[in-house]
Design a binder for this molecule. Structure first.
Ligand code: UD1
Length: 444
């Protein structure tokens, strides 16, 4: 019998005060992005894969790990558990042989939602875990009930104590079972499947998330000895093993970073080359780019893609939904593009309930957007943006404001840039390379 647990949580990340107060991006209007940049490893693949080191008796060697605030925070959290971490640029070695703590600190966990992912691996390997309710972007209620329910179904006893999720496994190991998610959740799928790799017997995850980041996690876990099939489909099956061992893995390119720069190119009427990508990096998002007016040329042998804007931007209605549909993480940058399109478009957000916080900021820059409900906005095309002082309200909203600043007359200032640092590697360096006049003030 699964205990009825429903935990709702709205905590925002706790930024360092100096970053919060001082750090600003100063951006001049661009005549178009031109040049080429490298796309870094995927944040959303790297975070769970770094966490999966908890499961391994040995060293997990990772390449192409992006240098991001969220990655630093999750690595610090793993070090608190006494995982040894060696880092050389984008390569990490994580050795979880001597884990001696099963509790993550409130301070680190409150900075990123992915901190909840340690719950499943700790319970699976050590039978105990104490994890604070997670933080992350404030996108409305972001419950973790599905994570807890699935681990409880595998035999863990989980309860809340002083703001912590506390779990223990009364039997020797977690026990494989059928888990049906009522809604598709990337994080809950990752937590359940990581736990299932060391559970006794067979686990079947039904209505699993199909994101490429989940497939990448499964690739990595298989290299460490896990028995998983079905990743990339809505049914993932795992046959538990007693131990996972050392493995080496290279993180996939960040499709959201690639899409963000592609949109910026289209918005500024530019032409850029993105390196270090895979041919299918955009998935079905490629069709949206092309319909909006982009010309994409893939050079598969060089792992690069050229993105060129060809004509006026076309307005296209979009509705966010789990992979392979339109990614919620691209909704805010896409909205800026639609502001620059001819005509009107509707943007529907079906994943998160509070993901239009960029609208008031874009309005300061001249956007004409009507929020019809928590889930729907009507965007009217405008001829141009005007510069303003605005605030990054979350990670992707931050990049959306960068795009607006690139096309706004004058010089814009974006504050609260720690959000952007959570998910975009060296945004100043990359945009400078693409010809933008951009500086960061007050950064460390
Ligand atoms: C991940 C991504 C994030 C992306 C999101 C949706 C990472 C580190 N983050 O976040 O960038 O925007 O997927 O593609 O990979 N939900 C519940 N109960 C739960 C868990 C989730 O109701 O226990 C709900 C959420 O509130 C949301 C929906 O499920 O409405 C999808 O969230 P989920 O896929 O879990 O997002 P994350 O894994 O947090």
């Amino acid at each position: 019998m699964v205990p009825p647990i429903w935990i709702e949580h709205t905590t925002s990340p706790l930024p360092r005060k100096d970053l919060f107060v001082h750090s600003k991006l100063i951006i001049e209007k661009s005549d178009g992005l031109f040049g080429n940049i490298d796309i870094d490893g995927s944040k959303n693949a790297a975070l769970p894969i770094l966490v999966s080191s908890i499961l391994c008796c040995g060293t997990l060697s990772l390449k192409n790990v992006p240098d991001l605030l969220d990655v630093h925070n999750i690595v610090n959290l793993l070090q608190e558990l006494n995982i040894k971490v060696n880092k050389n640029e984008k390569s990490f070695q994580l050795d979880a042989t001597n884990i001696s703590s099963f509790t993550s600190s409130y301070e680190l966990a409150s900075k990123l939602r992915a901190s909840v992912l340690v719950l499943g691996p700790l319970l699976a390997r050590f039978g105990k875990a104490k994890v604070p309710l997670p933080g992350g972007c404030s996108l409305g209620m972001r419950p973790v009930d599905l994570h807890i329910k699935s681990l409880s179904q595998m035999g863990a006893k989980i309860f809340m104590e002083h703001g912590y999720i506390v779990g223990e496994v009364p039997s020797e190991r977690l026990i494989g079972t059928d888990i049906t998610f009522e809604i598709v959740s990337v994080g809950a799928t990752q937590n359940a499947l990581m736990a299932a790799t060391l559970a006794k017997g067979h686990t079947k995850i039904i209505n699993a998330a199909k994101e490429p980041e989940i497939v990448d996690l499964c690739h990595c876990l298989r290299k460490a000895g896990a028995k998983i099939v079905g990743d990339g489909t809505s049914v993932i099956e795992i046959e538990g093993v007693e131990k996972l061992h050392s493995a080496e893995h290279t993180i996939i390119p960040d499709r959201i970073e690639a899409a963000s720069y592609a949109i910026a190119t289209l918005a500024t009427n530019g032409s850029i080359i993105l390196n270090n990508i895979t041919p299918n990096v955009f998935g079905t998002f490629k069709d949206y780019l092309e319909k909006a007016g982009a010309k994409l040329t893939f050079f598969d042998e060089k792992n690069s893609v050229e993105i060129r804007s060809t004509k006026n931007i076309n307005s296209i209605d979009v509705k966010t939904a789990p992979y392979p549909d339109f990614p919620t993480d691209i909704q805010a940058p896409w909205m800026v593009l639609m502001c620059l399109a001819v005509g009107k478009s509707i943007i529907e957000e079906t994943i998160f309930e509070n993901r239009f916080t960029h609208v008031p900021e874009l309005t300061k820059m001249g956007a004409n957007i009507k929020v019809l409900s928590n889930h729907e906005a009507l965007v009217h095309g405008i001829s141009k943006f005007t510069s303003a002082q605005v605030k990054a309200t979350d990670l992707r909203a931050g990049f959306a404001l960068i795009i607006a600043a690139l096309v706004a007359d004058g010089i814009s200032e974006i504050s609260h840039t720690y959000h952007i640092d959570r998910g975009y590697v060296d945004v100043v360096g990359k945009l400078t390379k693409l010809g933008v006049n951009i500086t960061k003030k007050g950064a460390i």
